[in-house]
Write a protein that binds this ligand. Structure first.
Ligand code: NAD
Length: 258
């Protein structure tokens, strides 16, 4: 599977899963636009991965429509098109439902759902004009399964499957595919932050959060790795036909099987 000649835009890619995807796509031959809310951070991350002829960093807050439109326009003017969108930017906020502050609920839904919608809407016309494109949403096991304290995240991640299925139906006749990658726990900043938070809210030790809550239902007590997720994302990006569209692929050491 290679991405020779393709241009990929990866949101939230200055670190974590998005960064690993940008790196893997570059090694597969793509030119990559990395985006983040923080320009200095994403420019430095891009410079570490390669030269400006292959990879650039752009500022893009995915809930700001003007920034999304400008970022996609810059991608087109710099690299001449956009073949692959990875809507990856995400946050996590944990509270029991009855204590979930409404502002935080709205913020989480906006980053995941508005971000996916706005980036999709900005990229689609360019993909339709070319008659080809692949859109990949970063879902989660929580696109299929619920956990305590994660009402907003579970709701948002389930929602991405609905968006992917709709985009795959609208985009199919125009050569555009949409799929979801649904990882189990990957040890990034997003997960490190929730270990003490969940320990406090659930009244258990941090060790138990890892062993019981995060890995308790895996087949081998292993975290999913950045490389695992990047490899599955590459498969969706490089797959050449509409045979693979509207799907969610769970990569979670067997935590959730469906
Ligand atoms: P991370 O915190 O390391 O990275 C998240 C990235 O999203 C960061 O670069 C952050 O700056 C960016 N971001 C947040 N809000 C943004 C906004 N408004 N606009 C632009 N960028 C924004 O976390 P991660 O674990 O790498 O998460 C990446 C994606 O993977 C998220 O969608 C997350 O829900 C999903 N995911 C993570 C795990 C896991 O266990 N780490 C599991 C399943 C799914």
């Amino acid at each position: 599977m290679n991405l020779n000649g393709k241009v990929a835009l990866v949101t939230g890619s200055s670190r974590g899963i998005g960064h690993a995807i940008a790196k893997r796509f570059l090694s597969a031959g793509a030119r990559v636009v990395m985006t983040s809310r923080h320009l200095d951070e994403v420019k430095a991350a891009a410079a570490e991965l390669g030269s400006e002829t292959d990879v650039i960093g752009l500022k893009m807050d995915v809930i700001d429509e003007a920034q999304v439109k400008a970022g996609v326009a810059d991608t087109i003017s710099i690299f001449g098109g956009v073949d692959i969108l990875v809507s990856n930017a995400g946050i996590q906020i944990v509270h029991p439902v009855e204590e979930f502050p409404f502002e935080q609920w709205k913020k989480l839904l906006a980053v995941h759902l508005d971000g996916a919608f706005l980036t999709t809407q900005a990229c689609l016309p360019h993909m339709y004009a070319k008659g080809a494109g692949s859109i990949i949403y970063m879902g989660s096991v929580h696109s299929h399964e619920a956990s305590k304290l994660k009402a907003a995240y579970v709701t948002a991640k389930h929602g991405l499957i609905g968006l992917a299925r709709t985009v795959s139906k609208e985009g199919g006749p125009k050569g555009v595919r949409a799929n979801v990658v649904s990882p189990g726990f990957v040890r990034t900043a997003l997960v490190e932050k929730q270990i003490p938070e969940q320990a406090k809210d659930l009244g258990i030790s941090e060790r138990d959060v890892i062993d019981k809550v995060m890995l308790g239902q895996t087949v081998d007590q292993q975290f999913t790795t950045l490389e695992d997720v990047a490899e599955i994302t590459l498969m969706f990006a490089a797959f050449p036909t509409n045979a693979l569209t509207g799907q969610s692929l769970i990569v979670s050491h067997g935590w959730h099987m469906s």
